[in-house]
Design a protein around this ligand. Structure first.
Ligand code: ATP
Ligand code: MG
Length: 219
């Protein structure tokens, strides 16, 4: 078990679903680390605004990880005064753990391919490694720039992520789960139950707070 590696997954988690949770758990086990941190973003700058508030999305992440000892919710982006920028989050990790501790950022394929649109994206690989998870429905069709970055930074050996602080990209195929938060929001809006796609605790929270257009008991 490697306790001195920081592994995290950011996202809007609007809401968190089993695709996120299973990904986090499988990465935890594959890397042999004791913790994976889930960080809901405040207001993502490069994409559509979340439907629910940061606090509500954070509440749902907290409920989702309660029973899983290796998964944690981190409130730094939701609490921050600023919009969420991954590079700022990485800098705040570095202030806490120093420059030598390995940091791994877990990204779905869609997020990885959008990397050049992120603020100060060229600095990201100086601050962390990137674990890219294949996602059903998203093929690896990189633009020339991403092809270059992948080629320059790719490793096939996960040990390299545990023994250096930053700079590698690794692709990992996990149990493919074609679940998205968009699909969950749509199901709820249409009056259908999202059960078994999200944890029951999250579904109960959504019903109690009447989120995503929830009106009745669901079908
Ligand atoms: P939305 O449909 O609102 O965009 P989402 O399901 O894509 O929601 P996000 O919060 O946008 O969830 O994603 C956070 C991170 O989790 C991203 O890196 C994304 O690629 C990854 N991710 C989301 N769903 C899956 C999944 N089913 N399998 C693997 N990775 C996933
Ligand atoms: Mg998404």
């Amino acid at each position: 078990m490697n306790d001195s590696v920081k592994v995290f997954m950011g996202g809007t988690f609007d809401p968190i679903h089993n695709g996120h949770l299973r990904t986090a758990l499988e990465i935890e086990q594959w890397l042999g680390v004791s913790e994976v941190t889930l960080i809901p973003s405040k207001a993502p700058v490069h994409r559509q605004q979340p439907e629910r508030t940061g606090q509500q999305r954070l509440d749902m992440v907290r409920l989702a990880v309660t029973d899983e000892p290796g998964l944690f919710a981190d409130d730094r982006e939701v609490r921050s005064e600023d919009a969420s920028y991954t590079v700022l989050t990485l800098e705040s990790f570095r202030r806490e753990i120093g420059v030598n501790t390995p940091v791994c950022m877990v990204l779905g394929m869609d997020a990885y391919l959008s990397l050049p649109q992120w603020d100060r994206w060229q600095e990201l690989l100086t601050l962390c490694h990137v674990v890219v998870v294949k996602r059903p429905g998203w093929v690896y069709e990189p633009c020339e720039l991403m092809q270059e970055i992948s080629k320059k930074h790719e490793t096939k050996d996960q040990q390299r992520l545990l023994t250096s602080p930053a700079g590698h990209v690794i692709f990992r195929e996990l149990t493919p789960l074609g679940i998205s938060a968009t699909q969950i929001r749509q199901l709820i809006r249409e009056g259908c139950s999202p059960r078994y796609l999200i944890p029951d605790a999250v579904w109960n929270y959504i019903q109690k707070n009447k989120l995503y257009g929830f009106k009745n008991e669901g079908k």
